[in-house]
Design a protein around this ligand. Structure first.
Ligand code: F6R
Length: 614
């Protein structure tokens, strides 16, 4: 939430900062702003709404050239999304400019203290208090980095701060606690960003920052300390994707591009994770086979779409490893006093690696001595750093706010983990594992087929664009697929949508069925005859009550034909792998329908991609 950029070097700071903000806009788009350092002054511009508004403001009132600057794209927490509350925030003397991501929890007390001392604050934000505190601190200690450290020691909550100072034209200072910030190392220039997309156009060399650290960048140096000034150990890494991955590449929306990249995302997540004869090898996983053998309970913790990936994984984990598995929303987990110990494996799933609820769940689980393994798509992010072990999904950067390729890659990574545990514990024979791996290797082709057959879904989206409510039914692993289909539609098209376990229909939801209401039904493969038969009955029940049925069923399943108003064929795959193909038409449907309604598919209202506040 909120995108932050900082730059010092030889280029136009405005160009670098605005370019970075454009690539970070998915993190929040309530307002945008920049501050540049020039000739002993701060020059700034900010505007409510998306970055196009800031572009217009900068065109109307251009800022002078500068080599040092910071920028911000906001997801509002404290204060309405208007021009005044937009970042950067300046102190009264306009010496420092501050941009911030997170929530400063003790800001009311700090604000009261500042006002009592005669400061006049103009915005409703927590951020502005930092600018005023820095003003006072710089009166005592002229060095910006020292002043930032002193102020950080007084702040509670989660924050990334990036600051520039009119009196120190070649310096930008950043600080982080519980909120993301990475450093980009250039030649004669350095960068700060909420994530590497901010500076990927200029460098792929990044420096990971730890908790409670302050970083000072100048054109030639990167200095990292803790909040007390002690030098800090940092980790450097090379980003394995380039700027083209962070751009639309001819697609109308990032989401369409990311849906289209799914065969590759799945193939890349499988790549190198097994031998030619189907033996799992998860080299980067930092848990020993002995530790995994001891695991007697798995608790999956995640949010949103990642939670649905976890719901899907539960079926595979229990089936393949025979270890009991629970799935829990990250925002609920630590508030219910869960029973954890050394033999509990807490499996967290996060595309961004920065979701605050998930991060807090990890900290709680580790305090309770459970082992934490994370599935994550973002190298250098906080969640893998704070986990005992990590398995990266190799989906590439996901820019659209609604997760698509991230989801499929997460399901695959969870399955790899489940198979690895089965291999270590001996709950599956080697040849059984090899067969499942072979099936997994075929799924990119199945996903590609769903993409190639996307036109029927596009037509359907046009027909159903006027719907008030759309329902999704599934059983077994089709249930999380139904939930994910409904979530995509809600968040993109702003249409009421619900996903249900089909067996629950008669316990209440069937009352929602009325003439013409569209209902997507995900039918399990015929190999699961009991489930398949039951859901065919469910389809008949809702159709008899007037529902318009859109049935997703595997090739050759003729039982559904008489009851399907629309039939979407799925390739024949084993039951547990069906979500990897069945989710794709639901993603296309939501994306197309939102486009038909004229919505911004990549930046749906009220949302942000990384939810870095609780
Ligand atoms: C929905 C969506 C969100 C995220 C959720 C968790 O399309 O993208 O529901 O899945 O905010 O985010 P991560 O996976 O980054 O922890």
């Amino acid at each position: 939430m909120c995108g932050i950029v900082g730059y010092v070097g030889q280029r136009s700071a405005l160009d670098v900062v605005m370019g970075g903000l454009r690539r970070l806009e998915y993190r929040g788009y309530d307002s945008g702003g920049v501050a540049l350092v020039g000739d002993g002054t701060i020059m700034s511009a900010k505007k409510a709404g998306k970055l196009v508004n800031l572009d217009a403001e900068l065109a109307a009132r251009p800022l002078p050239h500068s080599h040092t600057g910071i920028g911000h794209t906001r997801w509002a927490t404290h204060g309405a999304p208007n021009d005044v509350n937009a970042h950067p925030h300046l102190d009264a003397a306009e010496r420092v400019a501050v941009v911030h991501n997170g929530i400063i929890e003790n800001f009311a007390a700090l604000r009261a203290e500042l006002e009592a001392a005669g400061h006049e604050l103009v915005s409703e934000t927590d951020t502005e208090t930092v600018a005023h505190l820095l003003h006072d601190e710089l009166a005592r200690t002229p060095d910006l980095s020292d002043a930032v450290r002193a102020v950080c020691r007084r702040l509670e909550g989660a924050f990334t701060l990036v600051i520039c100072d009119a009196a120190q034209p070649d310096v930008v200072v950043g600080a982080r606690r519980n909120s993301p910030l990475v450093v980009g190392r250039g030649q004669g220039e350095n960068f700060l960003g909420s994530d590497v997309a901010a500076f990927i156009e200029y460098t792929r060399d990044a420096v990971e920052l730890g908790q409670d650290q302050v970083v000072t960048i100048t054109p030639d140096a990167i200095v990292v300390t803790d909040f007390f000034g002690a030098p800090a150990v940092t980790k450097e890494y090379h980003v394995d994707w380039d700027v083209s991955a962070a751009e639309k590449g001819g697609f109308e929306w990032f989401m369409l591009k990311e849906i289209d990249e799914q065969p590759q995302a799945v193939a890349d997540t499988l790549l190198g994770r097994h031998t030619i004869d189907g033996q799992l090898q998860l080299d980067e996983m930092r848990l020993s086979d002995g530790e995994l053998r001891d695991v007697d309970k798995v608790i999956i913790v995640a949010a949103g779409t990642s939670f649905y990936a976890g719901m899907t994984a539960k079926y595979a984990i229990e089936h393949w490893t025979r270890i009991p598995c629970e799935v829990e929303l990250a925002s609920e987990f630590r508030y219910r006093d869960p029973i954890l110990d050394r033999t509990t494996l807490v499996l967290t799933i996060s595309q961004s690696g920065e979701t605050m609820d998930t991060l807090m769940a990890i900290r709680y689980a580790r305090q309770q001595r459970a082992r934490v393994l994370s599935i994550c798509n973002t190298n250098g992010s906080t969640i893998p750093r704070e986990s005992d072990a990590v398995i990266y999904t190799h989906a590439g950067p996901e820019v659209a706010v609604a997760s698509t390729k991230g989801f499929l890659a997460q399901v695959v990574a969870c399955y790899l983990l489940a198979l690895y545990i089965a291999q270590v514990k001996g709950t599956k024979y080697g040849d059984e594992i090899a067969t499942i791996i072979a099936e997994l290797e075929k799924t990119p082709a199945g996903i590609q087929r769903m993409l190639d057959e996307g036109d029927q879904v596009r037509k359907l989206a046009a027909e159903l664009a006027g719907s008030r409510s759309i329902l999704f039914l599934g059983r077994h692993v089709g249930y999380p697929v139904a939930l994910e289909g409904a979530l995509k539609l809600k968040e993109l098209a702003y249409i009421h949508a619900e996903g249900f376990a089909a067996g629950e229909l008669k316990h209440g939801p069937i009352a929602l069925i009325e003439e013409g209401v569209p209902v997507f039904v995900i039918v399990p493969p015929k190999a699961r005859d009991q489930l398949q038969e039951k859901i065919v009955s469910n389809i008949q029940e809702i159709r008899a009550r007037g529902a318009r049925t859109i049935v997703l069923a595997e090739d050759g399943d003729m039982d559904v034909v008489p009851f399907a108003d629309h039939l979407i064929r799925l390739p024949k795959v084993p039951t547990l792998l069906q979500p990897l193909v069945a989710t794709v038409p639901l993603q296309i449907f939501a994306c197309e329908l939102a486009g038909q309604l004229g919505h911004d598919v990549d930046q749906p209202r009220n949302l942000a991609k990384s939810v870095t506040v609780e």
